[in-house]
Design a protein around this ligand. Structure first.
Ligand code: ZN
Length: 458
């Protein structure tokens, strides 16, 4: 009996298959440079090919792992020598940009940054933006319902999708490439695939909603005396700048000190402060927006909400400020570094972070903990360096971060998803009934459990 590799070669063509020796030349993920393992890596160019591959894999009980840009922070693409990988890397076309409806139709393998720049050239704006923009793909962004830095104003990835095409684990193509905002004809099936981390189907194309490109952009990095001021500043900006406020990124003092150490990013201020906020406003009124922004900065300074401010004078300077937020390379060493992504109400954040820091000091006295977040969305990121080679450091660190969340009505994943890494913590956030329904959906759509098996739920 021919094996699945021969069957795939016969039915799909050998050109779709990456030479086997090349698989190990790829890294496991952005975070893990060890060599990739797989039985085969397929690079289809059409939805129809993906459908044929999945149909055959379904018939032969062959497990399939889906690859987008492989920037997963939660081991969402873990594979073994028994798995077949489908990479969307050759499905990168932006097939249509419609300025009248304000939409673009995009293949799942398109790199986010490429989409951003392509629509920008047409005077349009895709509100999705995150640190991994240069490597992550639209398909991965949607499969994980990506968040990022503009959620405050525009919502998560799912709120930007009007139409979607996906292939079910048995090869069935579900194509609903709508372009309209209003469509209540039965269940909104696209939302089933968005955020399901590739466990219910492979997203192959999407229609996304675009906004007109703003003509003004005002950015400030400000220093604040305490967390209460961080909350008050956000409230003030929401009331006085309104929907023009597009980003509100908070960095705790230790984080900024660490990423601006000598040899890393340039320190924005002479002094160090307990909190920093990088915020940005986008608008379409060049005269009034800039004036209003300066007024607001002066007012919040007079009120004592901020104690220092840097305003970039050029796009380069603006990017240098954003690099302090986006490029955390200086704290990724020494390894290991544990990365966390949780959410909880902003009113509980100060309490929670202090709690975590105290508990880490007790359990891992050598550890270092860096905190930042999109706190307008209730989202915090932690980087924990355990500072010890004991083999239980990960567990102690995980318990410290995740266990208190339930009491605050928080979530173990704000935006990174569950993958393999957070599976055992899912019940901190989801009830037994919710998890049972997730399993029912998975078993119904993928009864043979061939697609991204073990991701999110077992
Ligand atoms: Zn984030």
């Amino acid at each position: 009996m021919p094996n699945i590799i021969d069957i795939l070669k016969q039915n799909i063509g050998e050109d779709v298959m990456l030479p086997h020796a090349d698989i190990a030349m790829r890294a496991v993920s952005y975070w893990d440079s060890s060599p990739l393992h797989a039985k085969a890596l397929l690079r289809p160019t059409t939805t129809l090919q993906i459908s044929k591959i999945l149909k055959l894999c379904h018939e032969h009980n062959q497990t399939v792992i889906v690859h987008g840009g492989n920037t997963t922070c939660v081991q969402g693409t873990r594979s073994t020598d028994n798995d077949i990988i489908i990479s969307l890397e050759r499905m990168t076309a932006i097939t249509e940009i419609d300025p009248v409806t304000g939409t673009a139709m995009i293949e799942a393998g398109a790199i986010l940054e490429t989409v951003q720049t392509t629509v920008k050239a047409k005077g349009l704006f895709l509100p999705l933006d995150l640190g991994a923009r240069g490597s992550c793909t639209i398909g991965g962004n949607l499969a994980t319902n990506a968040g990022g830095v503009n959620v405050l104003r525009y919502g998560m990835a799912r709120s930007m999708v009007l139409g979607l095409e996906a292939v079910l684990p048995d090869g069935t193509i579900i194509s609903s490439l709508n372009k309209v905002l209003k469509d209540n004809a039965g269940y909104d099936l696209k939302q089933l695939f968005i955020g399901s981390e590739g466990t219910l189907g492979i997203i192959t194309r999407a229609v996304v909603k675009l906004m007109p490109l703003s003509t003004t952009k005002n950015t400030a990095l400000v220093a604040l005396p305490d967390f209460q001021s961080v909350i008050k500043l956000l409230t003030y900006l929401k009331a006085n700048i309104g929907t023009n406020l597009s980003a509100y990124e908070v960095m705790w003092g230790e984080y900024v000190s660490a990423v601006t150490q000598p040899g890393a990013h340039r320190a924005p201020f002479k002094n160090t402060y307990p909190f920093y906020v990088l915020f940005e406003c986008d608008g379409n009124d060049p005269i009034r927006d800039d004036e209003r922004f300066m007024e607001v900065i002066e007012t919040v300074y007079t009120k004592g909400l901020i104690v220092d401010a840097v305003l970039p004078k050029s796009e380069n300077e603006r990017q240098a400020l954003w690099a302090i937020r986006d490029d955390f390379e200086p704290i990724l060493h020494p390894k290991p570094v544990y990365l966390y992504d949780v959410s909880l109400p902003i009113s509980s954040m100060d309490d929670y972070v202090k709690n975590v820091q105290e508990q880490l000091n007790r359990l891992l006295p050598q550890s270092k903990c860096y905190v930042l977040g999109h706190i307008g969305d209730g989202n915090l990121h932690f980087f924990v360096q355990p500072g010890s080679s004991a083999n239980n450091t990960r567990h102690l660190s995980d318990c410290t971060i995740y266990e208190p969340l339930q009491a605050y009505n928080g979530s173990v994943s704000a935006e990174h998803g569950i993958g393999h890494e957070k599976k055992k913590w899912l019940s901190q956030t989801r009830s037994a009934e919710e998890i049972a329904l997730m399993k029912l959906l998975k078993n119904t759509l993928d009864p043979r459990k061939i697609l991204n098996p073990g991701v999110v739920i077992d």
